[in-house]
Design a protein around this ligand. Sequence first.
Ligand code: PRX
Length: 659
Amino acid sequence: MTNSTEAETVSSLPTGTRMWPLKRYIEMHRHSLDDPKGFWAEEARKLDWYKTWDKVLDWKPPYAKWFVGGKLNASFQCIDRHVRTWRKSKVAIYWEGETGETRVCSYSTLFRAVNRIASVLKKLGVGKGDKVVLYLPMILELPYLMLACARIGAVHTVIFSGFSAQAIADRVNDIQAKVIVTADGGYRRGKIIALKEITDEALKRCPSVEKVVVVKRTGEAIPWTEGRDVWLSSMLEDAESFVTPEPVESNHPLYILYTSGTTGKPKGVVHSTGGYLVFNHSTYQWVFNIRDESVFWCTADVGWVTGHSSIVYAPLSHGAAIVLYEGAPDYPTVDRWWDIIEKYGVTIFYTSPTAIRMFMRAGKEWLEKHDLSSLELLGSVGEPINPEAWQWFYKHIGQDRCPIVDTWWQTETGGIMIAPAPGIEAIPLKPGSATLPLPGVDAAVVDASGKELPPNQTGLLIIRKPWPGMLLDIYESPQRYQESYWSHFPGLYYSGDFAMRDEDGYFWLLGRADEVLKIAGHRIGTAEIEDAVIAHPSVAEAAVASKPDEIKGEALVLFITLIEGESPSSTLKKEIIQHLRHAIGPIATPDEIYFVESLPKTRSGKIIRRVLKAVATGQSLGDLTTLEDTASVEEVKRAYERLKNASGKAKKLLEAKRA
Ligand code: PRX
């Protein structure tokens, strides 16, 4: 870390901001904002296009279309480009199963696998624009299938394999998918997750699905529906070895990925092909400084945006070698990850603060058993990283040698927005800050009226100009798209995050400003959980709050009122937890449930969330002069006292019962 001596400014910095002596970054950032079209056109030329675009950007707020009229294919970018060169025999993916088996997939193996699967999809009647749902564990077939969809112009929707039947049904029904691909099962911490059974349960509610393609992973017996279900392996027996990539227009959707918002219904974030790939190709290079010798490991699940961009599309578009690990970080022992880093000579290691905090607790002894000298660069994503975790990551995993890139982005942004960019210039780091916006990203911190704040004041993070990775829309919900991102401050993209910019222009990301939680880095909406809890027959009303958690960042706290005749019990508590795990998945497991007599509400019936938060975290209500609710100060205070007493009483009751 260095200290700044010179003062410089960049066009997007608030006045008064000091700037480190960063020549190259400043120049590039300034140019990218002064001439975004010229800048991005130059970047786009790094990809292979069948036809060059007619127009770099068509910006009709709030819709941006990039590289309009240009034609390309994502599978061609990630595979064919490389198999034409020496990289055909280069490793594309080192795959490691939880049970210990390994598969090494070269770019030519990837080419063959993706082509053959693409021909299977075609035989099943899947064509350009059709939607294919992928509900798979972290096996090689998952990236194969994503790229096979892209090859024929089909649109994939990956559903995280930790989600339950209801979550699958909601997503499948939203896009009316005809084909879903799953596996007989997947391994997680030594147990088998019965993915096919979960899929079957979901499909009872999904009339649109005509075909279920099943990948063999565990070999366990599974339920089978004749005429609907097919094994991928049998379809591959007479697959073709080459399928011509379908050239698609730049704004043809590459995928739809669901993410949580402030209502109960997840949002289908639609990403383009051209803009998305250009943005990811460039930002990946800037942030990770990828080279042919690099071995890149992003530990996220492919089911999240990090997996889409940082496991599949960005690294493979560079012809990079990546690691894909199927299982749990601590299985069979806590040093499983360190073993993988040593085994494959990982050079870039990209993970989450929750994982780092978990390893911190387990102790550095687990690291000392392994040679981690291959590591050159570390990355963090998905949630704010606290300075202690940052320091531990730097010292014990990076052995005081490897810079850390803390990367801020979202499902909606498609790729990394704010992060150090060692691929451009060595940006001095500050533990806990994601540092500076990448070229082409015009980020700012504003107050509630949309006015930019001076340094060191907390406000809301917004993006002022469209960028190529920006979502195209929310699937079939243009109104929701406009309301979620563009209604807070007209013309400015609203991220939903609190942030602060310091006197050096560095961004400090401070968590969500809306009703979205980050539990162990997983994004989940309070409304989604509340809707699921209310579906339990004993529950009358439910409200969710969160409290800080040492490992997971945030933990779920549930406030529940019961219907007449029901009374709190530990059995009921367990039942509700099971119910939630079943309805959403294990990520929605609450840490605490309070049974209360009533929920704090305004006169108009709106839940007063700050009261819940105060009770959940055991803090006082704080300053009530800027109430965002329509409740009166007195009303809020009364609700707080009522709830605090009620939750205390319920807690005591439960404890007494347990004793
Ligand atoms: O709150 C921010 C947090 O994760 C949110 C986006 O979640 P998701 O769409 O699931 O994508 C996560 C991975 C790209 C953001 O609104 N977040 C993401 N990265 C960071 C972060 N918070 C602080 N620091 C980060 N580096």
